[in-house]
Design a protein. Structure first.
Length: 569
């Protein structure tokens, strides 16, 4: 794609604190954009002006006055769809995201971080224009797919670019901030839709759809002031440029000892990744337990989706209006408040992640989500329909349902929102991390598509039993996490390698080994690793892990805001 130009501020390239802040702000805009895209359709699916324009996105429904004339006959102009066409219009966006992620998997290393993000952002804008300008189903859905491709490119690249410029010791913690920013984008989309609900005409839905481009344009402009990652530059043999970027990030001269140290550490990490082999290495077990660890990462992403979060994220207003029986305005207000609560709850996990641990938070979240879905099933099962065919609940049951729908979001935000991006990056070995994380991300998009696709047909056919289905899914997460997911908090990458190897050797569960294995000094750890791995392998791991575990020259950089969903280095 070619290198992008790099603009200057007052005749100088950004460096030091200004550069680190710039990277943090642009990465933040990328995650806000991702969240906004996820939430914007939620309040539009039941909006009459949107339904008039998108007849195939609107199922024929006895309770929808748009579908009927005053004399009770069918209005042939509207409501040509069903639950399947509505679901496809929403869910095909995920297929676009999957395709964009696959493009980056195969071509991202050639294109570079800045170019991939810039052109992915442009594709997103094109997709947004197609959706906002559409007057029929085909163009709207095509725009969803095109926008999804761009989003898949951007969200697959920005975390990598950000992590390759961030301070090493902060990366795990900052993964959770990315989750909070995604929920922040969802919150913004709900409030924009609610605000435009009070206007008249097509602008009520066209502006919220097009507003996603605001964040995208900020990303594109910001990238023109920022450098590519030093890791990518070194991988391409552009050592002088890499040294220059590292010097700017550290605010140090290019020939300083700090820059030399950072270059050497990145080169060591690249050496491990390049010697890691192809995807077939993921199928090996033995002391490294690559297959088991890859499957844990894939399962974590899959579990995040089947718990039912996107039943709410993509269909919040639909659920409040068509499942719980609230009016159009109140449904949108409740959705906006729900998005706000979701964002605030996502911040709760930040101080808990190291103090409580990964397993306990995931189990806590699964228990809470199971209970919330069970109570939602119980309350909505008491519902009836009025003379127009619309659902209605008693006040007590309606309030209870709203409380536990909010509670579901809180349990998910604390236990699963950022956790399932952090866990795969920690549990996989460095020499398979790129390939394993690619597969876990693909698992996320495919399972995301599955849940978004089945939700409208499930409500149409199963009604309140849809919540029972998701309660059962969440119940299944509990034994899976308890039996198979070892704790990774407060363990170095070498210790994680060791307890998988020792568990394999002794024929016990890695979960048990993670609980019982003592702490070791650096020398003791090397001696233990030598029982399972070759000396060359240990030396290679030691050099590369400086980039992932230990403070380096980067730790001397000024504080910067950073977000990422990936610890790739």
């Amino acid at each position: 794609m070619g290198d992008l130009p790099q603009w200057k501020v007052n005749g100088k390239l950004l460096r030091g604190a200004a550069l680190n802040w710039g990277i943090g702000v642009i990465a933040s805009c990328g995650f806000l954009m991702f969240g906004y895209d996820q939430g914007v359709l939620s309040g539009l699916l039941t909006l009459d002006d949107f339904q008039k324009n998108q007849a195939l996105m609107t199922p024929l429904d006895a309770s929808n006055p748009l579908c009927w004339n005053d004399d009770g006959s069918r209005d042939e102009r509207y409501c040509h769809g069903d639950a399947n066409t509505q679901a496809a219009g929403v869910a095909l966006y995920q297929i676009g995201c999957f395709l964009g992620a696959v493009l980056i998997l195969f071509y991202g290393e050639s294109w570079g971080r800045r170019s991939s993000t810039f052109w992915g952002s442009l594709i997103m804008i094109i997709g947004g224009i197609m959706q906002a300008a559409s007057f029929e189903y085909g163009l709207f859905v095509s725009g969803r797919v095109v926008g999804g491709i761009g989003n898949g490119m951007v969200t697959s690249t920005i975390p990598t670019w950000q992590s390759e410029c961030a301070r090493p010791e902060k990366r795990g913690f900052l993964i959770l901030i990315s989750g909070a920013l995604i929920s922040g984008g969802i919150m913004i989309s709900y409030w924009v839709v609610y605000g435009f609900y009070f206007l008249e005409g097509q602008v009520r839905w066209r502006f919220p759809v097009m507003f996603q481009s605001f964040f995208t344009i900020l990303v594109m402009i910001g990238l023109l002031y920022l450098p590519d990652s030093p890791r990518w530059l070194l991988m391409k043999g552009r050592t002088a440029e890499a040294r220059e970027v590292i010097g700017r990030l550290l605010d140090r001269p290019e020939d300083s000892a700090e820059v030399d140290e950072e270059v050497n550490q990145i080169a060591a990490a690249l050496n491990v990744e390049q010697n890691g082999g192809r995807f077939k290495r993921l199928l090996t077990n033995g002391p490294s337990q690559n297959l088991r660890r890859t499957l844990l990462g894939i399962a974590a992403q899959f579990f995040q989706q089947i718990c039912g979060i996107n039943l709410i994220t993509y269909y919040a207003t639909f659920v409040f209006e068509n499942s719980l029986g609230f009016g159009p305005q109140l449904s949108r207000l409740l959705a906006a408040l729900n998005g706000t609560e979701y964002f605030l709850a996502s911040l709760v996990a930040l101080p808990l992640i190291e103090r409580v641990g990964r397993r306990k938070l995931m189990l806590f979240g699964a228990f809470g989500m199971m209970g919330s879905m069970a109570i939602l099933a119980g309350t909505t099962s008491t519902g009836t329909t009025n003379e127009d065919g619309a659902p209605q609940l008693s006040t007590a049951y309606g309030v209870t349902a709203v409380v536990f729908l909010f509670a579901f979001n809180s349990f998910f935000a604390v236990g699963w929102l950022g956790m399932t991006w952090l866990y795969p990056a920690e549990v996989t070995g460095l020499n398979i991390r790129i390939q394993a994380n690619a597969l876990s991300t693909c698992s996320n998009w495919i399972s995301n598509f599955l849940i978004v696709m089945i939700t409208p047909p499930a409500f149409a056919n199963l009604q309140w039993k849809t919540y029972v289905m998701f309660a059962v899914f969440n119940a299944a997460l509990i034994p899976c996490v308890y039996l198979y997911f070892p704790e990774t908090s407060k363990r170095s990458l070498e210790e994680i390698d060791l307890y998988f190897a020792r568990a394999w050797s002794e024929g016990v569960s890695p979960v048990k080994m993670a609980k019982t294995m003592p702490r070791y000094t650096a020398t003791e750890l090397d001696n233990e690793l030598a029982k399972y791995f070759s000396a060359a392998d240990i030396e290679q791991r030691r050099g590369s892990m400086l980039q992932s575990r230990r403070p380096s020259a980067m730790t001397q950089a000024p504080d910067e805001p950073s977000v990422n969903k990936n610890t790739t280095q």
